[in-house]
Design a protein. Structure first.
Length: 381
């Protein structure tokens, strides 16, 4: 049993994403923020694997060469899982991480939303080219009114907004209060997520012309999918993805006061179940998501728009499609703040999951080191 340096009563909405509390809260987000269950088939988990020979694999760190095991421990890794050819090959867990507990995956939730959209498009329940205001009339007059589902999923929405993760006074703080992730201020409730998104204005450029990463786009996509189908996000994900996948454990997603799901970053799952998602993607849908939809995701987005966008620092020659990153070398990734990674390398039949509680939301130098580490693990024999 892990003993932490803090007590539960010290944790609140103002500090739950900060260390040391995040060592516990990222595995217990449903106790901090209201959450909906994404039901699984609830199967017993198989025996965990050791890191084995990968422990001593040389990898580049910020200050020079180190071993993989040292890299994982040094950089606040909670869970690390490697699959090869569809089998669990190696795992590592920090002393404070319970492998059976769902871990918050932050913006890898976006990739899950992209998969859910693909499943719904294949069934004819939604269409990528449908405008937001056609399914959500309350968005008329907002930045999102004439944005299509495709614009939302590809981060090509024109909206006057800045993703400032450390903001405690401005628009991003109001956004987080709307989703119940930050504490209220001055006794005045923030509007729920739907109302907050409806208040945002368009930027000067047209939709579809720039890659600008905004989590609000994927939260709007979640509202779009719910409105178009008349079903809740968690129920759709369970029915169309989670149960067909054979996930062993229930997942969870945070919700606002109206029950709207945080489709951009609120999902929690075990590292192993996330690896199973990656394996399904590697197999081009595995009969769960139609091959044509997966082919579209694997084909990548507009690399020219990506190169001029605000995330080009991540991958030279990369792109972004349906909430997945293309690394420009044939791999797909889902990425979340505080060090969450899903990495899929079809050339080596490898899927890697890294879940973490890094102290800052985004660390560009560390992200580049993590990318190099993931590539090294994928090609290691």
């Amino acid at each position: 049993m892990t003993t932490h340096s803090f007590r539960r009563q010290q944790i609140n909405l103002a500090n739950w994403r900060l260390q040391p509390y995040s060592q516990w809260t990222f595995q217990n987000a449903g106790e901090i923020v209201p959450s909906a269950t994404i039901a699984s088939r609830r199967k017993p988990e198989t025996t965990l694997r050791a890191l084995g020979g990968l422990a001593s694999l040389p990898v580049d760190d910020l200050s020079g060469a180190t071993s993989l095991e040292q890299f994982l421990a040094r950089h606040s890794t909670d869970a690390f899982v490697v699959m090869r050819g569809g089998e669990f090959a190696a795992e590592w867990y920090s002393p404070h991480c319970d492998p059976s507990r769902p871990h918050l995956i932050f913006s890898i939730t976006k990739s899950m939303t992209g998969l859910l959209a693909a499943a719904l498009v294949e069934r004819g329940m939604v269409a990528y080219e449908t405008r937001t205001d056609e399914v959500l009339p309350e968005m008329r007059g907002s930045a999102f009114a004439d944005a299509t589902l495709r614009h939302l999923l590809d981060m090509q929405v024109s909206v006057d907004f800045v993703d400032d993760y450390l903001d405690t006074q401005g628009a991003f703080d109001r956004y987080r209060r709307a989703m119940l992730w930050n504490p209220e201020k001055g006794g005045a409730d923030a509007p729920p997520l739907r109302g907050f998104l409806a208040s945002l204005s368009k930027a000067s450029h047209p939709h579809g012309t720039q890659h600008a990463y905004h989590s609000i786009n994927t939260d709007m996509a979640g509202l779009f999918l719910e409105a178009a189908t008349g079903r809740r996000f968690a129920d759709l994900m369970s029915e169309l993805v989670w149960k067909p996948l054979g996930a062993h454990s229930d997942a969870f997603i945070t919700v606002d006061r109206e029950g709207a799901s945080r489709a951009a970053g609120g999902m929690s799952t075990t590292a192993r179940d996330l690896a199973r998602v990656g394996e399904m993607i590697r197999l081009r849908g595995a009969g769960i998501i139609a091959q044509a939809q997966m082919a579209d995701i694997w084909s990548g987005g507009n690399s020219t728009i990506w190169a001029a966008g605000d995330q080009a620092w991540l991958f030279d020659g990369g792109s972004y499609r349906s909430c997945f990153y293309h690394d420009g070398r044939g791999c797909l990734a889902g990425i979340g703040i505080h060090g969450q990674w899903l990495w899929i390398d079809p050339s080596t039949e490898t899927v890697i999951v890294r879940l973490s509680c890094e102290p800052v939301p985004v660390n560009e130098k560390l992200d580049h080191a993590v990318i190099a580490m993931l590539r090294a693990v994928a090609i290691a024999s």
